[in-house]
Design a protein around this ligand. Structure first.
Ligand SMILES: NC(=O)c1ccc[n+]([C@@H]2O[C@H](COP(=O)([O-])OP(=O)(O)OC[C@H]3O[C@@H](n4cnc5c(N)ncnc54)[C@H](OP(=O)(O)O)[C@@H]3O)[C@@H](O)[C@H]2O)c1
Length: 360
């Protein structure tokens, strides 16, 4: 008998770095069946296999650890502007912001859209969804639908650098309050996407000390996600967030050094305890893409490391270590998977939450 949570889903931007992670997250999903793939006109009219393959060299440009299934590779790719909304119940999008601004409203007229792009993140009727952190913000989509006359909606995820940060800040906020956060990131290369991406000659043997627009995004999104909803408006949390975002010679996974000034005094044991407990109710629901723990804590002072820890909880747990309290405040390092929790699989988990709750 069919599961009442069975849904047909489309992936838009399926050929890109985040789009490929959607394919990996959905390929054998117990509820969601991929019925349509879309990308730019460059890929349209080809099979997914052909669209991924460099015509000159024959190299397949596939960036996930998990291979796509033969069924997925033989699916046709359509131009995103021609996506048949009758063929899907849910749309996942992974395109650059300019394309998203044009495409997502077209889809949202009729279908729920879960997006990795920043196009709508900062609009007053649009939540930025983080699994286990602020899913109550999703209530605001009713106002979005009413205001825009949409049957569906747009729900973006945060920037991949914001993701690990807010997962660790939320339990601290709830237990001790937050005054100030200083964060320095060392971000994986896949976070820059496939095109234009990061040139190997620039990044090998190097750290790039600036990522355009990233620091502002982290500050703005953190306040919105950690804030509340008053009626049909967001009330951002006033915490001061000072971020320095850098690109490191790491394939996948964002590492962040975090320093937090708490509002109320805390001991290390209390902090440890609140990290360990965080999200247990959400994870216990057993949603297909949810990890066992939102936060994995390390005592080994040489962890977390992106190579060892990005796949924690299937790429959905934030790994935390180097926890210490000193005159500078509470300090720790974290590693979060930027294309899984920080993009595609995180979006799939938000959709699972709404489907499981009978809301879509
Ligand atoms: N990479 C990450 O870690 C990450 C994390 C969080 C959020 N994001 C966000 O996810 C989005 C995609 O990023 P990415 O890293 O996956 O980029 P990417 O590797 O450059 O892939 C871009 C995708 O968008 C498609 N596309 C480009 N222009 C289009 C158009 N006009 N209409 C329809 N499709 C179009 C491309 O299709 P073709 O192959 O046909 O060109 C490709 O599938 C961005 O908004 C990014 O900020 C990325």
């Amino acid at each position: 008998m069919a599961d009442k949570r069975d849904r047909r889903v489309a992936v838009v931007g399926a050929t890109g770095v985040a789009g490929q992670q959607f394919i990996a997250a959905l390929d054998r999903h117990p509820w969601f069946r991929v019925t349509a793939l879309a990308a730019s006109e460059r890929s349209a009219g080809r099979s997914y296999r052909e669209a991924l393959t460099d015509a000159k060299t024959g190299a397949r440009r596939w960036y996930c650890d998990e291979d796509p299934s033969p069924e997925m590779l033989s699916m046709p790719v359509v131009d995103a502007r021609d996506l048949d909304l009758d063929a899907c119940d849910i749309v996942f999008t992974a395109v650059e912001s300019d394309a998203a601004r044009d495409l997502e409203p077209r889809f949202a007229k009729r279908r729920p859209v879960f997006s990795t792009a920043s196009a709508f993140r900062y609009e007053e009727d649009v939540p930025i969804a983080v699994p286990g952190v602020n899913l109550d913000h999703l209530d605001i989509v009713a106002a979005q639908q009413k205001k825009r006359g949409w049957k569906g909606f747009v729900v973006p995820l945060p920037n991949c650098t914001t993701m690990g940060l807010v997962v660790t800040l939320k339990p601290l906020l709830d237990a001790f309050g937050l005054r100030r956060v200083v964060m320095t990131s060392m971000q994986g290369l896949s976070g820059a996407g496939r095109s234009p991406g990061v040139a190997a000659l620039d990044v090998v043997d190097n750290v790039i000390p600036y990522i355009v627009g990233e620091e502002e995004k982290v500050a703005k999104e953190t306040g919105k996600i950690l804030g509340g909803v008053a009626g049909d408006r967001f009330a951002p949390h006033p915490v001061l967030v000072a971020a320095t975002c850098t690109r490191a010679n790491v394939r996948e996974g964002h590492t962040e050094a975090v320093q937090v000034e708490l509002e109320r005094e805390a001991t290390l044991d209390q902090v440890r305890e609140c990290f360990l407990r965080f999200g247990s109710e959400f994870c216990a629901r057993g949603l297909p893409s949810a990890p066992q723990n939102l936060i994995v804590l390390h005592d080994d002072p040489f962890r977390p490391q992106p190579r060892l820890d990005r796949e924690a909880g299937g790429g959905m747990s934030t790994s935390v270590g180097r926890l210490r309290l000193d005159a500078a405040g509470l300090r720790y390092m974290l590693v979060s998977h930027n294309t899984k929790m920080g993009a595609a699989k995180g979006a799939v988990l938000v959709a699972e939450h709404l489907v499981d709750a009978g809301r879509i």
